[in-house]
Each structure stands twice: as structure tokens, then as C-alpha cells.
Design a protein around this ligand. Structure first.
Ligand SMILES: *Cc1c(COP(=O)(O)O)cnc(C)c1O
Length: 442
């Protein structure tokens, strides 16, 4: 047998010396050590010391059907023996064709063309560039601005940051980006007292209309996270906002970009969040869960109208954007296996039962005195904790690990975004242990 503890300490030391970890102040790892992972299975991650952690955040919202899923593993292995990768300019292959056809069939009607990137931020970049280029190609070159919601998050490359309204991620780079305007978020927590979330959504749509009324001649697109603003702290809102926003964008000739990178692939209870508002956006962005959390892949789906504006004998009118790994066959096969699981297991129906069960058993957690704003959309739950600690999120993360939970609060917002394979027993463990953590930090 290996000496696991020594193995562990050695990996931490090597990682801190060579790996610059994401979304981290590296010095904090002196106080809060890294955890080297040995393997993953289902909803669980395992370290080298025999500890396990319930992945209640789906490893940053990407994992849908568990770690080490046999069906996705098999699909990737099969593809590995055929074609691992080839450039997609001038060539094509079965996985990317089939994935594009199946997404077209699943997505809101009218989104017939798929353009691929490697991660969520690149999908945002692609949609912003495509939108502005569309207006240039159609004789409205002044439409080069974008609007997003307050507290929006659309990724962290420079273009995506320009439509991201999270100060922590943006402030250091203010001089490098063209900050775009934001409009009031329909976040249900901000409704006036006595006002329903739908009435508040309608009021916010009125503010969007007012903004577009004044500025539409310069605005290419409105980019929005449908139903749930993830990085804002799982801010949820009424679908009426999206329905009205669609009408308002049409009225003023502004594209609507639905960033479903986090909320797509069944997360909100429907395959795509836009379905709940019965709208088709001009651009639909997918990434994160699309490969089941296995491989980086993103897709920008768009309409015939937009596609046709680029179709020409003139090369410069084309969309000359590219990423080296565009349409990677292994990632596309992982995505196809993910779509197969949705179909074979009737996942959306199963998830409704799971969500109902978690809502039922979480009653004692929801009614704790320190828990505020309990909310749920599909397979996302969130609440704020009134805590006496000012570094609540770090403490909650640490204490969660001691209770076998991977929770990663955003500020005082704790959320569950579990893999869809989470079992009843695991949901019980999740809510019971979360009560212990919240109780200790209240
Ligand atoms: C995660 C996320 C992104 C960025 O995706 P990356 O793959 O991290 O670049 C963009 N938009 C939303 C809504 C996201 O949740």
C-alpha cells in the first residue's frame, strides 16, 4: 500500500509550486489547503485519505450524470479509436453533424445553425461578434453596443467581461474593457413588498423598453441568463420577463442572446430555460453541462436570418472566427452520449420527482431561523444565510468538507446544483449535513 497521507501532502506541495489555480487568491491556500482528488464516481469525489465529498455543485455546474459515467466513458472510448480530432474548416465529421442536428431538433424552433467554441466565454464572444457583424453586413454599422442585466455573468475574457456586471471579476480590468450598459435585473428578491415576482418582472421589462427606446440605434444585442442569474448568487426571476424582453427586442430591432451556458441542458426543469417563456432567442449559448461535464465544448445556435446575412461571395462578409478545437469529435461524442441519457432515462421527468423530494425533505433546513429567501428552479436550490462570520463562504466551504459536502457558497448564498444522478439517500445526506453546517455558522 502507498502511504496515502504522504502522497497527499506531496501533491499539495507540487500543485502549489507549479499550478496557478483559478478563481483563487493563491496565498489563501496556506490557510485552506487544496484537496488532491484521487477519483470520482457518481455524485462523489474521493481524496487519497479515504475521504469522500458529495459534489453538490456539480463541479462548477458542469456535471450532469455523475463522475465516471459508464455510458459517457464508453462513447468517448469508441470515438478515440476512430478520430480524436481534426480541423473543422474544410472538413467535417459525423459527431459534429449529428450533434448539430439533434440540438436543432431539441432547441426552440428556428435555431438551425450551430457554431462551436471551446468554453462558455468563447461562446459569449462569438455571439457578440456575430451580432455586431450581422448589423454591419445589413447596413447598420452603428449597432455595436450591448446591454446586459445588473449582476450579469457571461464569462471572463475581455469581451465577455464587458457584459459581466460582477465587480470582483471586472474591476482590475476596467481600463481594458468597453463597459456596456446594464438594465435592472428582474431578480425576484428585489420585488417591492406586496408586489408579485411577475409584476416586478413586468416593471423591469418596462425599464428595458425605456432603455431600448432611447438607445436602440446603437445597440446590437441584449444578452441575458434566462430564469437564473447564476454567478449573481442564483438570482431567480419570472419567465414573463423573457417573454416581454423578446417582444421588446423585436420591436426595437435588437438581438436577444440567451446565455444558457449554466441553465441549459435541463437545469431549470425544461431542456432549455427559454422554453418556459415560449420564446426563441436570436442566439442560444450552451456549454458547461453539454458534454455531461467531461470535455470543454460550447455551441452558439442561431437563426436562418442571421446565417443568411453572412452567406456571400465576399469572404469578408463571412464569419471568420475560429478556435483550434472547434467541434472536437471527442467532446461532440460526450455531448451525444449526454443527449442519449436524457432520452433513454426520461431525465426531465425523473428530475421533477427528485426536485419534489428534495423540496419535501428540506423543510427543516428551509425553516431554520438563519435561512433567508429559500428558492428553487428545476435542479437549482439557493438561500442566504444570516451568519455572524464575515468570511462565511470560506468557512462554509471548509465546514462542508468536514461533513463530506462540496458546497461553494457565493458570499452568503448557499446553493445546491447537484448532478442529476443524485439519489434519495444522497439528497437526505445533503440537506441534513447542510443543516449542521448552517447551524454552526449562523
Ligand atoms: C460559466 C458561465 C460562463 C462562462 O463559461 P466558461 O466555460 O467558464 O468560460 C458564461 N455564462 C454563464 C451564464 C456561465 O454560468
Amino acid at each position: 500500500m502507498h502511504n496515502h497521507t504522504q502522497n497527499n501532502a506531496e501533491l499539495v506541495r507540487r500543485s502549489l509550486s507549479a499550478v496557478w489555480h483559478p478563481c483563487s487568491q493563491m496565498k489563501q491556500y496556506e490557510a485552506f489547503p487544496l484537496i488532491p482528488l484521487a477519483r470520482g464516481r457518481g455524485s462523489w469525489l474521493y481524496d487519497f485519505d479515504g475521504n469522500r465529498y458529495l459534489d453538490a455543485v456539480s463541479s462548477w455546474w458542469v456535471n450532469l450524470f455523475g463522475h465516471g459515467n459508464p455510458r459517457i466513458n464508453a462513447a468517448i472510448k469508441d470515438q478515440l479509436e476512430r478520430l480524436e480530432h481534426a480541423m473543422l474548416a474544410g472538413f467535417t465529421h459525423e459527431p459534429v453533424i449529428t450533434l448539430s442536428e439533434r440540438l436543432r431538433d431539441l432547441a426552440p424552433a428556428g435555431l438551425g445553425h450551430c457554431f462551436y467554441g471551446s468554453d462558455g466565454a468563447s461562446a459569449t464572444e462569438i455571439s457578440l461578434k456575430m451580432s455586431a457583424h450581422y448589423w454591419r453586413n445589413t447596413g447598420q454599422p452603428d449597432k455595436v453596443h450591448f446591454i446586459s442585466l445588473q449582476n450579469s455573468y457571461h464569462g471572463e475574457t475581455l469581451g465577455a467581461l464587458s457584459v459581466t456586471d460582477v465587480a470582483l471579476f471586472r474591476d482590475a480590468y476596467g481600463a481594458l474593457i468597453t463597459q456596456q450598459a446594464t438594465v435592472t435585473s428582474p431578480d425576484s428578491r428585489k420585488a417591492a413588498s406586496g408586489e408579485t415576482s411577475e409584476e416586478w418582472a413586468m416593471r423591469c421589462a418596462g425599464m428595458l423598453a425605456e432603455h431600448l427606446h432611447q438607445h436602440h440605434e446603437k445597440i446590437a444585442a441584449f444578452i441575458v441568463e434566462p430564469l437564473v442569474q447564476g454567478a449573481a448568487g442564483m438570482a431567480m426571476y419570472h419567465p414573463t420577463y423573457l417573454k416581454l424582453a423578446r417582444q421588446i427586442c423585436d420591436q426595437y430591432g435588437v438581438h436577444m442572446i440567451a446565455d444558457e451556458i449554466a441553465v441549459g441542458m435541463g437545469r431549470t426543469g425544461t431542456m432549455f430555460a427559454c422554453e418556459q417563456a415560449e420564446i426563441t432567442p436570436d442566439f442560444l449559448l450552451l456549454s458547461k453541462g453539454i458534454t455531461g461535464g467531461y470535455l470543454p465544448l460550447s455551441v452558439v445556435m442561431t437563426t436562418d436570418d442571421i446565417y443568411q446575412a453572412f452567406y456571400s461571395d465576399n469572404a469578408a462578409r463571412g464569419f471568420l472566427h475560429s478556435h483550434s478545437y472547434t467541434g472536437n469529435p471527442l467532446a461532440c461524442r460526450a455531448a451525444l452520449a449526454t443527449l442519449d441519457i436524457f432520452r433513454q432515462d426520461d431525465v426531465l421527468a425523473l428530475n421533477r420527482q427528485k426536485a419534489e423530494y428534495l423540496n419535501r425533505i428540506s423543510e427543516p433546513l428551509r425553516t431554520m431561523p438563519a435561512v433567508r429567501n429559500w428558492r428553487n428552479t428545476g435542479m437549482i436550490w439557493a438561500f442566504e444565510v444570516e451568519s455572524r462570520h464575515d468570511n462565511f463562504s470560506q468557512r462554509c466551504f471548509q465546514l462542508g468538507l468536514q461533513h463530506e459536502l462540496l458546497l461553494r457558497p457565493m458570499g452568503n448564498t448557499v446553493y445546491f446544483m447537484p448532478p442529476y444522478v443524485i439519489s434519495d439517500d444522497e439528497m437526505e445526506l445533503l440537506t441534513e449535513r447542510t443543516m449542521l453546517v448552517v447551524g454552526a455558522l449562523a
